[in-house]
Design a protein around this ligand. Structure first.
Ligand SMILES: [Zn+2]
Length: 269
């Protein structure tokens, strides 16, 4: 059977309060056997951990999103550190820079990002990166961090993280791959007017790719505009299979291998 991983899915948000079990059940029916739920602040990070304790296929990432930078205070790092000791917390995220919404000053966003990347280093957990209109600053921060990982012999340098819902160009693809990062492909690649995105996705080597929904956001075609859910990662992966002109089985085998490597998951068979 074809198995999928949804490597970025916010089951911890209120949009899933009423039917979380059914949503996870539908994902399992579709062949999804791993779901990573990233936090966007302390409260949702805690909720990720709660959900992963209840459902075997769910794992958690913990972190503070740049749009929630104002929720950061001097207790945040210690509270994240406490969550990091949980065996199903496999990554730090989602963290990053957002100069589009710009809810916090760039300098503050950068400071919180770097602090959380130090936490990732401390616990040898990969980072799940959000970016909007900030690639220049972001890539220089990531690059410095990876250089540090390499110099200190941290095994994390082999699997530093993912640029989630990747929307950059080929130059950024190459920079990210050079640093060892994966690129997260999400629903927009399925949109009918997304030729540019599809061409870029075609050019991303499969060995550097993982798939995600970013649910409840970014629902793939033909559900664009609806609440997204993890079962629909299958639509993203089917699109990747079309673009790459490779069988669904070949594609899912490689994507699963990549997800297992990045998040330290054991193969589930
Ligand atoms: Zn997200």
């Amino acid at each position: 059977m074809i198995a999928y991983q949804d490597t970025h899915c916010h089951l911890n948000l209120y949009q899933f309060d009423n039917d979380l079990e059914e949503v996870i059940h539908r994902a399992i029916q579709q062949g999804v056997d791993r779901i990573l739920v990233p936090g966007i602040d302390l409260e949702t990070s805690l909720r990720s951990v709660e959900i992963c304790e209840k459902f075997e296929i769910v794992y958690a990432a913990v972190g503070v999103h740049p749009n929630n930078a104002s929720s950061w205070d001097n207790t945040s790092i210690q509270r994240l550190r406490n969550l990091c000791t949980h065996p199903k917390v496999v990554a730090i995220g989602e963290i990053g820079l957002d100069y589009y919404r710009n809810y916090a000053e760039p300098e503050i966003q950068k400071k919180i990002l770097v602090t959380q990347m130090e936490l990732a280093m401390e616990f040898s957990k990969p980072v799940v990166i959000h970016n909007r209109n900030a690639f220049k600053d972001l890539m220089s921060i990531l690059s410095n961090w990876v250089i540090n990982l390499r110099l200190s012999g941290n095994p994390l340098s082999e699997r530093p993280g993912v640029l989630h819902a990747f929307d950059g160009d080929l130059e950024i693809v190459n920079q990210a791959i050079e640093l060892g990062f994966y690129l997260g492909v999400a629903g927009p690649v399925t949109f009918t007017n997304a030729e540019d995105r599809q061409n870029i996705t075609k050019s991303i080597p499969l060995r550097a790719m993982i798939a995600e929904t970013d649910a409840p956001y970014l629902a793939p075609h033909p559900f664009r505009g609806k609440r997204n859910e993890p079962a629909w990662v299958s639509l993203v992966v089917q699109k990747i299979s079309m673009l790459k002109a490779q069988s669904l089985e070949e594609i899912t085998t490689t994507l699963t291998h990549n997800g297992n490597h990045l998040f330290g998951w054991r193969s589930s068979d």
